[in-house]
Design a protein around this ligand. Structure first.
Ligand SMILES: Cc1ncc(C[n+]2csc(CCOP(=O)(O)OP(=O)(O)O)c2C)c(N)n1
Ligand SMILES: [Mg+2]
Length: 580
């Protein structure tokens, strides 16, 4: 070879060596950061341990959990609180499956979330040759989420992440699965080309403006109402259209009923709140405007005894057209995003919207006052052991005094009674079990709520409910989060009094009597308190909220105080044969 040619060849080799390279690890990190996704909830392991380290080094907040399900619930509720997809990161097969319940939960509850799981070698998985943690994760995830994608080439990471984000937040939000095979992380490509391959998602959840005809139709129906009602679902809370929703309620003068996570959009103490007159308004209303609330089991499917015999017409605001007529006829469907739909209704109402008939308002108000008065003395009781009402009366006052704290709530009696008793004053402050009534959201939700909002969190947990995610108290202590967990310890599921008549094993619904959950928190350096009276409970919760230190209060509740399945005992199947 001539000298010149040799020189040229070695120069180009040097240039090649100097050319900056990037890899799959960094492209995923850069793609997330470019789209403002700066927090990851997950559990490390092959093949994503280094990815987590590198993400942390690159300024992403990476929160390591003790179990993927809790990390997944954290990501799901982060999505609800921020309108950006919450990110959950897991290892392959078992880690992926542990995260999957939360992904399905996010989809069912319409929370935007992306489950990113590492996966094993495609060539081996697809030939079923028994790879480490072998599983066809993409196929398994598909029926449980809105969309599922796999990225095989580093150059496609930008597009893969963009598609995942759009699928999670656009239209009706939900869960998305993103499968990243181990090999992808180590794939190398030219850094400049890599940077160019990334996509910053523009207008990820575009406004969906309702059709003018549909708005007029809805207003015409509402105008004819004699006994109107507005139902505010968690979709209304998610929308972050708080001012418009408040204006619609107040300008129309219509009583409103908040669903569990819709509480606080307007304060529960608002003059138009019909929360304490729920059965009356459902039964007797004639026109019902549903805002981000579905007519599923939580609203008795819009029919039957709960809704009474009075003829009923439904107006429904939802971003998903197929939600309409899902259970009963919707006479005025308003399809669009909630902010745009509510604003359009407000515009159409103008300044002279007639107030609802005075007798309807009077009926609702007096029912509500009657029920509130009936409840009041029970909430002030000082019984020892505490009952649910005595303990919740304390927490109700604390939330009133600290309206910006976030309340996480799960259990059966602990859930149903807290929902009714503890008034909320601000939007998106009550986070609970959602559409499935799932146990296990507690600590994941509490952690994400503290991380995403910086506000103190009060987690009110049945002793059974807490057990599903209890190990995450270590996570709470590790990150020094301002979380106060109050466990309503009644020695079991629904009640602690069941006995097994057949043998020596304990009954199926009871736990170790007199357990001291507070010691679990102490094991990791947090504060533990055993509270046996309303006064002890009050002092302990206030101290925790003031100190912002991880705290667990074991609130001792009368084991006989609860009822089977809380407020939904009617859903237990019955047989005509006598129970043995
Ligand atoms: C994932 C899951 N598993 C099981 C259940 C069934 N379940 C409903 S409530 C509940 C626990 C109720 O007990 P607790 O949390 O102690 O509340 P309490 O009624 O005693 O106050 C269980 C296990 C569920 N809802 N979700
Ligand atoms: Mg219990």
């Amino acid at each position: 070879m001539a000298d010149a040619a040799v020189k040229e060849k070695s120069a180009s080799a040097a240039a090649e060596a100097e050319r900056e390279l990037t890899d799959g690890f960094h492209l995923v990190i850069d793609a997330l950061k470019l789209n403002g996704l700066n927090t990851i909830y997950g559990v490390p392991g092959i093949p994503i341990t280094d990815f987590g380290r590198m993400a942390q080094a690159a300024g992403i907040r990476v929160l390591s959990f003790r179990h993927e399900q809790n990390a997944g619930y954290a990501a799901a509720i982060a999505g609800f609180l921020t309108k950006k997809p919450g990110i959950c990161l897991t290892v392959s097969a078992p880690g992926f499956l542990n995260g999957l319940t939360a992904l399905a939960h996010a989809t069912t509850n319409c929370f935007p979330m992306i489950l990113i799981s590492g996966s094993s070698e495609r060539e081996i998985v697809d030939l079923q040759q028994g790879d480490y943690e072998e599983m066809d994760q993409l196929a398994i995830a598909k029926p449980l989420c809105k969309a599922a994608f796999r990225v095989l080439h580093a150059a496609d990471i930008g597009i893969g992440v963009a598609r995942a984000i759009r699928a999670a937040v656009s239209g009706r939000p939900g869960g998305v699965y993103l499968d990243l095979p181990a090999k992808l992380f180590g794939q190398v490509m030219d850094a400049e080309a890599g940077a160019k391959s990334l996509v910053k998602v523009i207008d990820a959840a575009p406004a969906q403006i309702p059709a003018p005809d549909a708005v007029k139709r809805a207003l015409d129906v509402l105008k004819g109402a004699k006994r109107p009602l507005i139902v505010l679902g968690k979709g209304a809370a998610y929308a972050q259209a708080d001012d418009a929703i408040r204006a619609l309620v107040e300008n129309s003068g219509i009583p409103f009923l908040p669903m569990s996570m819709g509480k606080g959009l307007l304060p529960d103490t608002h003059a138009q709140c019909a929360g304490a007159a729920r059965s009356t308004v459902l039964k007797d209303s004639d026109i019902v405007l549903l805002i981000g609330a579905r007519l599923n089991w939580l609203l008795s499917h819009g029919k039957g005894k709960t809704w009474g015999d009075a003829p009923k017409k439904f107006v429904q605001i939802d971003i998903e057209p197929r939600e309409m007529d899902s259970n009963v006829e919707i006479v005025a469907p308003l399809v669009g995003d909630i902010g745009s739909c509510v604003s359009a209704l407000l515009d159409g109402m103008g300044g002279k919207w007639p107030a609802p008939p005075a007798d309807w308002i009077k009926t609702v108000t007096s029912k509500r006052e009657e029920n509130v008065a009936k409840m009041a003395p029970r909430l002030m009781n000082n019984n020892v052991p505490m009952d649910y009402h005595g303990a919740l009366g304390v927490l109700r006052t604390i939330v009133k005094e600290r309206p910006d704290a976030i309340l996480v709530n799960e259990g059966a009696n602990t859930l149903d009674l807290a929902r009714g008793i503890v008034d909320m004053y601000q939007p998106r402050k009550r986070l609970d079990v959602g559409t499935w009534g799932v146990m296990g959201i507690g600590m994941g939700y509490a952690i994400a709520a503290a991380i995403e909002t910086g506000k103190p969190v009060l987690a009110v947990e049945g002793d059974s409910a807490f057990g599903f995610s209890g190990m995450e108290v270590e996570t709470i202590c590790r990150y020094r989060l301002p979380v106060c967990v109050v466990i309503f310890n009644n020695d079991g599921i629904y009640r602690g009094t069941d006995v097994n008549s057949a043998g020596s094993d304990p009954a199926t619904t009871v736990f170790v009597k007199g357990s001291r959950y507070d010691k679990m928190m102490e094991a990791f350096g947090g504060a533990g308190v055993n509270a046996t009276t309303p006064d002890e409970l009050r002092r302990a919760v206030n101290a925790a909220m003031d100190s912002r230190q991880p705290t667990l209060i074991n609130a001792v509740i009368d084991p006989a105080a609860g009822s089977e399945s809380g407020r939904i005992g009617n859903l237990n199947p019955q047989s005509v044969l006598r129970k043995k």
